[in-house]
Write a protein that binds this ligand. Structure first.
Ligand code: DX5
Ligand code: ZN
Length: 230
């Protein structure tokens, strides 16, 4: 049974790049909720992936939200192109922007939902003055740049802390801010990650290890079973 509390967002970093449109279509048909789109510039992180043109190319393949994770520096010049390419969420690392408040406003002025991304060492203090401008917090449970890494267990404590902050804010203002986790999410840890407070789960290698629609469906169903126990 699909529990709407939780969203599964496969990262296409682990997809077959030679068949990206079909992979996006298959993984959503297999039961995923969002597409996580990892943008790396070989500057902010030591890896290079894809830009707005590839986002535009996959847009017609699914109606599901495209969750663009910018691991780039600088950030601002890529926001309008990704918004035009069909991004629904745009998240960025606050350390990569000279003016975080202005970058968040730019994302929202371009019609997308905005989020901040926190590396394992990044303090949640960046949230203090920006809660009114963010729609989602993304906690990295690995250091950014590569798929297939192991989940950093200390992220569970940071998730609990962040969950508390977001819940207090929602109680005070009525505004819900989503809490997403990214990196090393697997069948054997997703339940405890959800119990710690996450509600959107990025999973790249775990999902795409399924190789095809049937495989994706099996893996996503197993994720759902684990989440049903939370
Ligand atoms: C890493 C990316 C993650 C990564 C997740 O920098 O932001 O989205 O692709 O991949 P897995 O699920 O394989 O850890
Ligand atoms: Zn990511």
């Amino acid at each position: 049974m699909k529990d709407n509390r939780f969203k599964i967002a496969p990262s296409i970093l682990s997809a077959d790049f030679a068949r990206l449109g079909a992979e996006v279509e298959d993984v959503i048909k297999a039961g995923a909720d969002w597409i996580h789109f990892d943008v790396m510039d070989n500057h902010y992180v030591p890896n290079l992936t894809f830009g707005p043109m590839v986002c535009k190319a996959i847009r017609p393949w699914t109606k599901a939200p495209i969750d663009v994770h910018l691991m780039v520096e600088p950030v601002d010049s890529l926001i309008e192109p990704f918004a035009k390419a069909g991004a629904d969420y745009i998240t960025f690392h606050p350390e990569a922007s000279r003016h975080v408040d202005r970058t968040l406003s730019l994302i929202r002025e371009n019609g997308c939902k905005a989020g901040l991304v926190f590396n394992p060492a990044t303090s949640l203090d960046w949230l203090t003055y920006e809660m009114d401008k963010i729609d989602m917090v993304l906690l990295m449970s690995v250091n950014p740049g590569f798929g297939g890494q192991s989940f950093l267990p200390e992220t569970l404590h940071k998730l609990q802390e962040c969950r508390w902050v977001l819940d207090q804010y929602e109680k005070k203002t009525g505004k819900k801010i989503l809490l997403e986790v990214d990196g090393g999410v697997k069948i054997d840890n997703i339940a405890e990650i959800a119990a710690a407070g996450a509600e959107v789960f990025v999973a790249g290698s775990a999902v795409f290890s399924g190789k095809n629609y049937e495989g994706y469906k099996k893996i996503i169903n197993n994720f759902r079973k684990e989440l049903d126990s939370v």
